[in-house]
Design a protein around this ligand. Structure first.
Ligand code: NAD
Length: 434
């Protein structure tokens, strides 16, 4: 069954989009749909938080009957759009994705597809059963930086990729917000860190090496954010804490700073801390006093690791050494690609390329390449991804670089890395049947 009229031959009208979960990610995608140069419009949203629903609905000029309170309300109706963007929380992707696939919606799903093997298998089965397109929001695939690097490697000038060293610097404030105090702090209510935070990086490394991964090993732990590291004199909440001024993880400092929209990263976190709406001094103080984001990072129920190293072996023998860690500034990923005829060193914007035959080194500034500059969300990846997916579906071309089959490799790598770490063994990817 393939109900998306026009697929394969292109549409002569705008592509219709519905956004499921208009939180931080869903709202960002909803705002992008009409701005990336593809005939497309958001025709409805499904979002339970009334104020968030109204904010986004007003911004998009949606009529009242296009502002639904949940994905369940959406699947009670006949299909009203071509594409559904599913941006609910990690454990809430499978049910809407399966129900919407059965109604014939093409799907753009936030990563991770699901935090369990059963959930992933259910999505794969739904895609097979219905024939709908399922793409995954691997935004790193769509930056000018990535396009430039992949194009460079594809020329063959640097020979064959033998090894990659890659660092994901999560940033100490981002980590405390999301993975100690926030939504992704526990694997039983969300996902494990390697899946939640790094399936993008694993997907990206798969593309950069250009081969199939076969074996994984890993070490890591929750080394710091534990009760035994709580400083003397610390209080349960930052606003009551006498050592707060000396604590790098102060929520009070972060969210008060976030009152200033010019401080984009702190503003993003403050917005989440006050419930997905504009932060005001009153809302921030109330969140610090009563909300989950005002609590001491050393006295919580978090259980995800705060640093992990993963090594991967690929079919032709290439290797990857990947480190993710909380303990960094907020900065671009750092990568070294070691190929047989040259090396590339990247910082998320610049690529320093050394050619072993000439010995010459040149630097490419990818901000000057293409339109997906680092000015946009995720280095331009959000806009690049939305444009690629809308174009593929509107023009009937169908090919999307972050399609389901491709994304499954990153999910297998994440599950394998987690298993390898927990069981202290080398894990073969053939262990994963989905
Ligand atoms: N691609 C990326 O780079 C990236 C970055 C951050 C987060 N994510 C992923 O995106 C997803 C969403 O993250 P977020 O930060 O936007 O979270 P969020 O909590 O801000 O948004 C989730 C939204 O889903 C809504 N929701 C809950 N129940 C619903 C229902 N029954 N029907 C419809 N909506 C419902 C919530 O009210 C909320 O607004 C997560 O899976 C997360 O891991 C991806």
């Amino acid at each position: 069954m393939n109900l998306a009229d026009g697929r394969g031959r292109g549409l002569d009208r705008p592509l219709r989009v519905v956004v499921v979960g208009a939180g931080a990610r869903g709202a960002a995608y909803a705002d992008l749909v009409g701005t990336v140069g593809v005939p497309a419009e958001v025709v409805a949203i499904a979002e339970p938080r009334a104020q968030v629903r109204d904010d986004v609905g007003d911004r998009l000029h949606l009529p009242a009957d296009a502002r639904l309170a949940s994905w369940q309300d959406l699947v009670d109706r006949p299909r009203l759009a071509d594409l559904a963007i599913v941006a609910t929380q990690d454990r809430d992707h499978v049910d809407p994705v399966v129900a919407l696939a059965d109604l014939g919606y093409d799907l753009l799903v936030e990563k991770p597809l699901a935090p369990t093997a059963e959930g992933i298998a259910a999505i794969v089965a739904a895609a097979d059963r219905t024939g709908v397109t399922v793409a995954v929001c691997h935004v790193m695939r769509f930056t000018a930086y990535t396009h430039t690097l992949l194009d460079l490697l594809a020329t063959g000038d640097l020979g064959e990729v033998m090894a990659v060293q890659h660092l994901e610097p999560i940033g100490w404030e981002h980590f405390a917000h999301s993975f100690v105090r926030g939504n992704w702090r526990r694997r039983d209510t969300s996902s494990f860190l390697l899946l939640a935070k790094s399936c993008h990086d694993l997907d990206w490394l798969h593309a950069v090496v250009g081969d199939e991964p076969v074996r994984v090993s890993s070490f890591g732990s929750r080394g710091h954010f534990r009760a035994e590291h709580r400083p003397d004199g610390a209080a349960d909440r930052c606003v009551d804490c006498e050592v707060e001024p000396d604590c790098p993880y102060s929520a009070a400092r972060l969210y008060r700073r976030g009152l200033d929209p010019a401080d984009a990263s702190a503003h993003y976190f403050a917005r989440i801390a006050v419930g997905g709406i504009d932060p005001t001094p009153e809302r921030v103080e109330s969140a610090l006093r009563d909300g989950p984001w005002g609590r001491c990072v050393y006295d919580l129920d978090n259980d995800v690791v705060d640093h992990q190293v993963v090594t991967i072996e690929f079919a032709r023998g290439a290797t990857v050494a990947f480190t993710l860690t909380a303990f960094t500034p907020s900065e671009g990923r750092r990568t070294r690609v070691f190929a047989t005829h040259g090396q590339v060193v990247g910082d998320g914007r610049h690529l320093e390329v050394t050619d072993f035959r000439s010995g010459r080194m040149r630097t490419i500034d990818t901000h000057t390449h293409g339109d997906e500059t680092a000015a946009g969300g995720h280095g331009g990846g959000d806009a690049g991804m939305v444009r690629a997916v809308l174009t593929a579906l509107h023009d009937g071309r169908g090919e999307i670089p972050s399609g389901l089959a491709e994304s499954l490799v990153s999910h297998r790598l994440a599950f394998a890395g987690d298993l390898a770490r927990r069981e202290s063994r080398v894990v073969d990817l053939a262990e994963f049947a989905w």
